[in-house]
Design a protein. Structure first.
Length: 156
């Protein structure tokens, strides 16, 4: 309950080493979310780097979206942009948009991206418009995309 920062660091060191596993674990996600909310900047950056590597190697896991949402709220702007670009380049935005735990992540990512990155994100989502419109949560992202970018809801 009342640990010194050096004691917390000793506890977190092995957990952070397993971060890419814990962000997919049914209970590990809560530990990783806590690290992102209350950890040091270096601990947060370490975890975001593992998430980025994980998404490039293995793609999206349903539980990862919950941790990503926390990362996009609690990490430095540099780490937020790194995570946003990782999901963009892995072409995971449409899958995130259809997921009930992750659709708000896509809206946040769209707010972070600029220029060519934002254009690519819009293209990816528009290309998947029929599947977005068939999903309860995808419809919300599609409506937000139409409102902010003027993208058509009928498809690519």
């Amino acid at each position: 309950e009342h640990c010194r920062p050096d004691q917390v660091a000793l506890i977190l060191e092995p957990l952070l080493a397993m971060g890419s596993v814990l962000v997919r674990h049914i209970y590990g996600i809560f530990v990783m979310q806590h690290v992102l909310e209350h950890g040091t900047e270096s601990q947060k950056s370490c975890l975001v780097a593992q998430m980025v590597e994980h998404v490039h190697l293995k793609g999206l896991d349903p539980r990862t979206g919950r941790v990503l949402r926390t990362a996009l709220c609690c990490c430095s702007s540099q780490d937020q942009l790194q995570a946003a670009r990782a999901f963009l380049h892995a072409q995971e935005l449409p899958a995130l948009a259809r997921d009930r735990h992750s659709y708000t992540v896509v809206e946040h990512i769209l707010g972070l991206l600029e220029g060519d990155d934002l254009t690519e994100a819009t293209r990816q989502l528009c290309a998947e418009m029929p599947s977005l419109l068939a999903s309860r949560y995808g419809k919300k992202v599609a409506a937000n995309l139409k409102r902010t970018s003027g993208a058509p809801l009928g498809g690519a």
